[in-house]
Design a binder for this molecule. Structure first.
Ligand code: AMP
Length: 186
């Protein structure tokens, strides 16, 4: 049995940076659906063409598309050998149901990196990324509350949710996540 984990958190919570470090430390494979989509957009593939406008507008890519990509990735041999840390997936109840089917009992931990709406909005405005228009930021946060926040309850019921305070320096937050992972895999 391998170690499967997911990390949830609002856009701007720092989850991408933390996910890379955690995956490296625990020897699992970091899978970011956002990165996969951005690569597809850059390469101009069919998937990229389907996703680009939705991503720019802060909308979600449909479950039917994203579930297929994740399914394909999780079925690769490296995952059964090393395990995974999913970053940015699942984002809807439909995706969580799909993940349960794909990961079975390998899913051991869901980390929720908690940073308030006010704080993430300030962070995103100050980092000034091109796709961070005010409308797109607001729409992503709205969708997070509507579609992704309900998953917290879902993971609580599954007995695998761990809430980590995302305020503080990167190192402080990292240490909190490491503790949560160690506890989950003991
Ligand atoms: P991220 O880098 O995780 O913030 O993802 C960037 C964008 O890619 C999101 O705003 C969505 O448009 C799209 N995206 C990434 N992951 C998913 C997902 N699991 N479901 C739907 N859309 C996604």
């Amino acid at each position: 049995m391998t170690l499967g984990m997911v990390i949830l958190g609002r856009q701007g919570s720092g989850k991408g940076t933390q996910a890379i470090r955690i995956a490296e430390q625990f020897g699992v494979i970091h899978i970011s659906t956002g990165d996969m989509l951005r690569t597809a957009v850059k390469e101009g593939t069919e998937l990229g063409l389907q996703a680009k406008d939705l991503m720019d507008a802060g909308e979600l890519v449909p479950d039917s598309i994203i579930n297929g990509i994740v399914q394909e990735r999780l079925q690769k041999e490296d995952i059964s050998r090393s395990g995974f840390l999913l970053d940015g997936y699942p984002r809807t109840v439909g995706q969580a149901i799909e993940l349960r089917k794909l990961a079975h009992e390998n899913l051991k931990l869901a980390i929720n990196l908690e940073v308030s709406i006010k704080e993430v909005t300030e962070r995103m405005i100050s980092r000034g990324r091109e796709d961070d228009t005010e409308e797109a930021i607001a729409r992503r946060l709205e969708l997070y509350e509507a579609e992704t926040a309900p998953l917290l309850e879902w993971f609580t019921e599954a007995g695998i949710l761990c809430v980590v305070d995302g305020l503080g320096s990167e190192t402080e937050v990292y240490a909190r996540i490491v503790k949560a992972v160690e506890k989950a895999i003991l």
